[in-house]
Design a protein around this ligand. Structure first.
Ligand code: NAD
Length: 405
């Protein structure tokens, strides 16, 4: 899936500006996205190679956020051939593509330039069809894979067996949740009330984010003989601070994430015969399209980033994933696990001094002091950067073809 240039006669060039609507930006900039990918590649190269890293890697949810960072670390610190699966919209009728489309095209170009195999598969990862296409691509291009990263974040899933479309919700369970939140458009700190989930909401959210699809992937890859002996698989999770527990950890999504941990145990048992391993890695809160849609999280991240920066501990997706690979998964030693058997790269976020500062600042933050108490300016600039805007060195007044990199 390389973006191809149009002939001069049908090319449409335009100046692309950000158009933010709530927690989404409806435009994106191809050159800015490409620069973001390149910056992550440069970061990884600077850290240096990871000698025990896998050479053949499948990343499910590879176009943005933690999945993109995983693909970049695998390729540029491990020299891996990668297959990336994602669901993104190409440019159509002169409209920009989604950022994940540009990111994936930019990754493919950079990986191929570095002599690495890079296959992009755009479609619904929940479907049997895309799983079958992925298996075909692995057989043809890589033979087998020795690492499968599962990094999907999706609001819905069409079940491949029943055909039912399940919708996930972010709701508390058994209680109304009232909290401070941030209206990022109006830049106002206000109160939010979230009604409790119904029993159906809980089941629906589990069906989307509860690990059944991860297990289906591993079962099908395994049955097709495309998982190498000793292959590892990792799914990403989040726990976060007490202020968000009612709506996150103890809410519908938290229940689903607990199911992912149970799926990890089952997958572990299945992979044990071939020496394989399944892990859940709990990662730090970062600004991604998925996290910006969660109530309360943008305000929490704005505070967190200020605290972590002051302590010189701030990490984004790429720093987190480099550390996950270098220190936990491929250090030569077994990963360090918490009491529930999970890898914790959220250890800096969850440090007692960081969380006690959050507790101290949370009641203090208001619309008036938002920009001094928190790093909201940083939040805004990182948010538009996800869509390729505000990236240093990009000329945003220059016309670009939204269908080309
Ligand atoms: P993201 O929104 O940046 O990326 C989601 C990816 O999933 C994209 O590549 C998208 O194309 C893909 N995707 C979504 N639906 C798909 C479908 N039907 N078929 C194929 N691909 C599909 O998300 P993220 O924030 O990087 O989250 C990834 C994982 O990391 C999630 O499990 C999330 O819970 C976890 N996590 C996120 C954070 C955070 O703060 N963002 C923190 C810890 C853990």
């Amino acid at each position: 899936m390389t973006l191809t240039s149009h002939s001069p006669t049908d090319s449409t060039t335009m100046v692309i500006k950000p158009r933010v609507r709530g927690f989404i930006c409806v435009t994106s900039h191809p050159i800015g996205c490409q620069r973001n990918v390149q910056d992550q590649i440069e970061f990884v190269k600077k850290q240096g190679p990871i000698s025990n890293a896998p050479k053949k890697v499948l990343v499910i949810g590879s176009s943005t956020g933690y999945g993109l960072a995983s693909r970049i670390v695998a390729a540029f610190a491990g020299g891996a051939g990668t297959i990336g699966v994602f669901y993104e919209r190409p440019s159509e009728g002169g409209k920009p593509a989604t950022p994940g489309w540009y990111n994936s095209a930019a990754f493919e170009i950079a990986a191929k330039k570095a002599g690495l195999c890079a296959i992009n598969l755009n479609g619904d990862a929940f479907s049997d069809e895309l799983k079958a296409n992925t298996i075909e691509a692995i057989k043809k291009e890589l033979g087998q894979v020795d690492l499968v990263i599962y990094s999907l974040a999706s609001p819905r899933r069409k079940h491949p067996i029943t055909g039912v479309v399940h919708n996930s919700v972010l709701k508390p369970i058994g209680q109304v949740y009232v909290s401070k939140t941030l209206d990022t458009d109006k830049e106002v700190v206000k109160e939010i009330t979230v009604e409790p989930a119904s029993p159906e909401d809980i089941v629906e959210t589990q069906a989307v984010m509860g690990g059944e699809d991860w297990e289906m992937w591993i079962d099908q890859l395994s049955a097709a003989g495309v998982l190498a002996d000793g292959a590892k698989t990792v799914a990403y999770s989040y726990i976060g601070p007490e202020v968000t527990w009612p709506v996150y950890r103890d809410g519908t999504i938290g229940v689903a994430k607990t199911q992912v941990e149970k799926a990890a145990q089952r997958i572990n048992e299945k992979l044990a015969v071939s020496g394989g391993k399944a892990y859940v890695s709990v990662n730090q809160a970062v600004i991604t399209q998925a996290s910006s849609a969660i109530p309360v999280v943008p305000l929490y991240i704005s505070l967190l980033f200020k605290i972590l920066r002051e302590k010189n501990m701030l990490e984004g997706c790429i720093e987190q994933i480099y550390r996950l690979f270098a220190v936990q998964l491929y250090s030569g030693n077994a990963p360090e696990l918490d009491e529930a058997g999970r890898i914790r790269v959220d250890n800096l976020e969850m440090r007692a001094d960081v969380q006690s500062k959050i507790k101290e600042l949370w009641p203090q933050v208001t619309t008036e002091n938002l920009k001094t108490v928190s790093d909201f300016e940083e939040y805004k600039s990182e948010f538009v950067k996800l869509f390729g805007f505000g990236v240093p060195g990009v000329d945003y007044e220059k016309e670009v073809d939204p269908a080309c990199l």
